[in-house]
Ligand binder design. Structure first.
Ligand SMILES: [Zn+2]
Length: 321
């Protein structure tokens, strides 16, 4: 790739879940990122309310949701989704029983800062019913870059008033909000369960909080059954000044499309490591480098857009350390 700097910022990454010790997990992540050529990474926490999930994802709901997606299920044949539909009760027990393995709270993220404060930015996860607590965490820890909302398993629309105290705290701190969009592994592959994770709802929140930066994760495109599910909404939302999108877990085709539609300066590279199985950070970078777009745009997506955005934010400027 003549002329393209392969140095990059990974704007969407998670702590390896198979290493529970947070310091060791962050060290493993650092190694992965440095090996691939990263100069900085934004580590995103994961949290949820199991009560909320249990009340919304029942075996009966799964069966009904599967009926709605019947044609897609028959066509795509995603193995574990088939098992989930055949045995929804067992699937839910296993899935919810495993959730704690993936939970990463503010204290876990702090470990990454202790491992390499000049490399890692951290984003804490929202948790339904804990709006004031999350807002307080953001206010009290100036090393936190922002908050992530998972409208899928949080069952919270990004424009929900419930989130206003959180948005207000991040806005006042000078941070940013990342919103998961599209579907999500687990029951959230069924479209009934991902319908709250729409970029158009992010756009509504972004219009209400004009001084707050929103990042649409996965370009609104991630879905095993319907790849590109809400991508058109992402393109519309990107016309708002305070809205960006990250490339993580979306087919790189959509990143190229967004660039060609004129949003080269709004797209941030993200690997979603280690949550895309069989894929790593270096492969995600390679995918961007091999896109049929200008070299300047590749560099913007991989590094310069993230640098500019971070420099524009009080919480992004205070370079860790
Ligand atoms: Zn992610």
């Amino acid at each position: 790739m003549k002329g393209v700097e392969a140095e990059f910022i990974d704007f969407h990454v998670h702590m390896p879940y198979w290493i529970r010790d947070p310091v060791k997990s962050c060290r493993r992540l650092l190694l992965e990122e440095l090996t691939a050529g990263a100069i900085s990474a934004v580590v995103i926490g994961v949290d949820a309310s199991l009560e909320t999930i249990k009340s919304r994802v029942t075996p009966r709901e799964i069966t009904e949701a599967a009926m709605e997606d019947f044609d897609y299920l028959a066509f795509q044949q995603v193995g574990y989704i088939g098992r989930m539909i055949m045995e929804p009760e067992k699937f839910l027990d296993d899935f919810l029983g495993d959730f704690h393995k993936h939970r990463r709270g503010p204290e876990d993220l702090r470990a990454c800062r202790s491992v390499e404060p000049r490399f890692f930015y951290t984003i804490v996860s929202y948790k339904p019913g804990m709006e004031e607590e999350v807002a307080q965490i953001v206010r009290s820890d100036s090393s936190i870059l922002g908050v992530k909302i998972f409208p899928t398993f949080h069952f919270t629309r990004p424009d929900s008033q419930r989130l206003y105290p959180v948005y207000k705290a991040v806005e006042e701190a000078g941070g940013l909000v990342v919103v998961h969009t599209g579907c999500d592994p687990g029951p959230w592959e069924l479209t009934r369960f991902c319908r709250e994770a729409r970029p158009s709802y992010v756009a509504r929140a972004a219009k209400r909080f004009e001084n707050l930066v929103f990042v649409i994760a996965h370009l609104g495109a991630y879905s095993a059954l319907k790849p590109g599910i809400y991508f058109e909404e992402t393109l519309k939302a990107l016309s708002l000044e305070n809205v960006y999108a990250d490339t993580s877990a979306a087919d790189p085709f959509f990143a190229a499309m967004a660039v060609k539609e004129g949003y080269a300066d709004k797209i941030l590279f993200g690997s979603d490591y280690p949550y895309v199985s069989g894929y790593n950070v270096a492969m995600a970078v390679k995918d961007i480098l091999s896109l049929d777009i200008d070299n300047n745009d590749k560099e913007a997506v991989l590094r310069y857009n993230a640098e500019k955005l971070l420099n524009s934010l009080p919480r992004g400027r205070q370079k860790p350390g």
